[in-house]
Design a protein around this ligand. Structure first.
Ligand SMILES: [Zn+2]
Length: 462
């Protein structure tokens, strides 16, 4: 099979329903998407017009996509890939109990284990329609080796567009933080490793497959000094900032006791709100906090399954969206969201919003928008990905909706969002095929599974 990214070749999807997520939110009941190289060159109703294809001699792969729905590839805005190796632990715990049980296990990680676990987590994301993902890695044991490099290698192998963040913790238990002292790092070491990560990996070019961000972990595991210095470093280097915020009532209480303010006021005091920042969770927000996030352009990665799994609370997504806050979706680490399915998160976001705020709190199209254009905005990539439009990068998910679970559902978007997870007929990332016929083509799923199982056992026994 030739991929369209090879010179002069094209991929044509014909006869599918198309949800573009473009500025007019155009949808086509039967339409086409044409990809040339790594770029979308035509989208519209009916069959691909002959003029949209490359000239004679070019390799054209034409797929009869009838029975399918084409959407932008989904964008995951919060994850901890390494947590694939600690799934199913502390299954009935609060966040702080869960963290306290898991920190010592994570302290035993090394680059080999992270490579196998991250590959599995990324492969599963791809199978759930995700074409671009961030990663938030914040545990760097002294003898762990090149953990960030291991995740980058895994993303290259699986073929996803990757936005890893160099995470960090410098506030151990002896200084009033939650994590034990042996999993935190020295502040200067964190800042120099962050700078090195940007210099080594960050690719700012259009179409980039790899961009770095900085992500000190949370108010209860990071010092105010590190937060401020990380923000300064990120802004001087032109990379984005990310952290966990306002996830649980425990954190609210921690901030009140230690800083005499709310989590959002704490970040605000450190210059940490802005259009280059996105926050994971943001569950416990008052109206003033929502107003500040909107006014500063700060984004939110909504992780409804993880919030439910840990009983953290219900994010006020309807109020955030209504206030103009930029919101994307995240599966969060697999240890607090074993399903780790991005299309599953779209469904969960819809149901959670409606359960809390009534039937009009979130439409199925709004939920899909959070996972596409919403995520693209958080990562600063909305000019490149997040919609199916001529000139955008070819990140496309093609969902099969003509099997037992979905055949006959009147609205394809309702079928995708409210129905079971459909077979993923095709996932194209940057013009390259990553999944076809609901099977990974870039990696051997059996091998990935065996390696991740072995890594999980090894991590438990170290
Ligand atoms: Zn997280």
């Amino acid at each position: 099979m030739s991929d369209p990214a090879s010179s002069g070749s094209a991929l044509v999807l014909d006869g599918c329903a198309v949800v573009t997520m473009d500025g007019q939110r155009n949808e086509y009941a039967s339409g086409h998407v044409v990809v040339t190289g790594n770029v979308i060159t035509a989208v519209g109703s009916g069959s691909a017009p002959p003029g949209s294809l490359p000239g004679p001699g070019a390799a054209v792969r034409r797929i009869d996509a009838s029975g399918c729905l084409a959407t932008p590839g989904l964008i995951n805005t919060h994850h901890h890939l390494y947590q694939w190796g600690t799934r199913g632990r502390a299954a009935d715990a609060t966040l702080f109990e869960w963290l306290t049980e898991l920190y010592p296990v994570w302290a035993r990680m090394n680059a080999g284990l992270v490579r196998d676990l991250a590959t599995a987590a990324l492969a599963w994301l791809a199978r759930t329609g995700c074409s671009a993902t961030m990663d938030h890695h914040y545990v760097f044991p002294p003898s762990g080796g090149d953990l960030l490099g291991a995740t980058v290698a895994a993303a290259r192998q699986v073929g996803l567009r990757f936005h890893p963040t160099r995470g960090s913790m410098d506030l151990g238990a002896s200084s009033g933080g939650l994590p034990p002292d042996d999993v935190v790092e020295d502040r200067d070491a964190i800042l120099s490793a962050s700078k090195a990560a940007i210099e080594r990996f960050h690719d700012d070019s259009r179409g980039s497959m790899l961009r770095i961000g900085l992500a000190p972990c949370s108010p209860f595991s990071v010092s105010a000094g590190l937060l401020a210095e990380a923000a300064g470093l990120a802004r001087s280097a032109g990379v984005r900032l990310h952290t966990h915020l306002a996830e649980t009532a425990d954190e609210d209480q921690y901030c009140a006791e230690h800083f005499g303010c709310t989590p959002v006021e704490f970040l605000d005091s450190l210059g940490w709100l802005g259009g280059d920042v996105w926050l994971a969770h943001a569950v416990h927000l008052d109206d003033a906090a929502i107003g500040r996030l909107a006014a500063t352009g700060t984004g939110v990665a909504h992780c409804p399954s993880s919030n439910g799994r840990l009983g953290a609370g219900v994010c006020r997504t309807h109020d955030l969206v209504a206030a103009g806050v930029r919101v994307g979706l995240g599966v969060d680490g697999a240890a607090s969201s074993e399903e780790s399915s991005l299309i599953g998160e779209v469904r969960q976001a819809t149901l959670t919003a409606r359960a809390a705020g009534g039937p009009r709190a979130m439409s199925v199209r709004q939920a899909l928008e959070l996972a596409t254009m919403g995520g693209a905005r958080l990562l600063g990539r909305d000019q490149e990905i997040g919609s199916l439009e001529t000139g955008k990068l070819a990140d496309i998910a093609l969902w099969r909706l003509d099997t037992l679970a979905h055949a006959g559902i009147a609205d394809p978007v309702a079928a995708l969002v409210l129905g079971a997870r459909p077979p993923l007929e095709l996932l194209v990332v940057n013009g390259q095929t990553v999944v076809e016929g609901d099977q990974l083509v870039t990696v051997d799923e059996g091998e990935v599974t065996a390696n991740s199982r072995r890594a999980t056992v090894a991590l438990a026994q170290r």
